[in-house]
Design a protein around this ligand. Structure first.
Ligand code: SAH
Length: 272
């Protein structure tokens, strides 16, 4: 059946964490039907290649370059939709998890454009699964918190002491996005509430050929990241759920370090 252009429509598509096989069927269909795709830089080339009849517009933020301003992205989405294109806004992971998807939906609706959002697997789910960490194993956790390692500009950073207390008192696993740059503050704040031997894992480039991971504990989290040169994009997981499976699975890998170096200077930690 010939696909008709739907004037004034944009689909926000979650590209998942990297492995193209983790895309949803809906995401694949949307990409194949798209005539224009606006794409972030954490999205893998294999996923982008699925949009084989689309014009690809990169609006990424990597490489120390200035990001494409959010306002510009929103205006471009509106313009392309108004011109009758089948627009896909392709975002890493899930569009509504630290992805600014909410802002884009608001802008599109304000312009009278209808929006559909297709979930992707967020990195905070895919990364622990890849190392067999069950985020809510009932022996160790009653819930999970997805939290950013730092606030948006001019806003207050997360209060790690309170978050640690919540994790301890309510048995909550912490899944920290964009946490590499601020790992020193995260570690020292959480240590005001959580014990030094609280298990931690860091997974870099989860689900891609470049994936690396370390298992350590809260007391040596920052040092381990430095020692192992772990960079963004990485997910940090804190909590007892890290212990069992992950340690067994990765017991032959280098897992921890005791140096007291500072954190890495990665800066690619802006929500996409
Ligand atoms: N919307 C995305 C998150 C964007 S914020 C999602 O749902 O996954 C960018 C942060 O996501 C990175 O700093 C990192 O913490 C995390 N991230 C994204 N892709 C990742 C990957 N493949 N491996 C590890 N972390 C990843």
């Amino acid at each position: 059946m010939e696909s008709k252009k739907i004037i004034g429509s944009v689909t926000l598509v979650g590209a998942g964490p990297g492995d193209p096989e983790l895309l949803t069927v809906k995401a694949v269909k949307a990409l194949q039907a798209a005539t224009v795709v606006l794409v972030d830089d954490l999205v893998s080339q294999e996923v982008i290649a699925l949009a084989d009849r689309a014009r690809i517009i990169s609006v990424g933020k990597r490489g120390g370059c200035l990001s494409t301003p959010q306002e510009f992205i929103e205006k471009l989405l509106i313009k392309e939709a108004q011109e009758g294109e089948q627009v896909v806004r392709l975002k890493g992971g899930d569009p509504f998890i630290f992805g600014r998807g909410g802002e884009e939906v608001e802008a599109l609706q304000a312009a009278g454009i209808s929006v559909v959002v297709i979930n992707g697997i967020t990195a905070g789910i895919a990364a622990p699964t890849g190392i067999l960490v069950p985020l809510t194993h009932r022996n160790s956790a009653q819930g999970v918190m997805f939290i950013t390692g730092h606030a948006r500009p001019h806003a207050q950073d997360p209060h790690w002491k309170s978050i640690g207390r919540c994790a301890r008192e309510a048995s909550i696993t912490l899944v920290i996005y964009m946490g590499i740059k601020a790992v020193n503050e995260i570690q020292s704040g959480l240590l005001q509430s959580l014990t030094e031997n609280t298990p931690a894992a860091v997974i870099e480039n989860a689900t891609t050929a470049q994936q690396r991971q370390v298992i350590c504990n809260l007391a040596n989290l920052s040092a381990t990241i430095t020692e192992e040169k772990i960079r963004s994009p990485s997910i940090i997981i804190i909590g007892n759920v890290v212990r069992a499976q992950a340690v067994i699975t990765f017991e032959n890998k280098r897992m921890s370090a005791d140096s007291n170096n500072n954190c890495s200077n990665e800066n690619i930690e802006t929500p996409l």
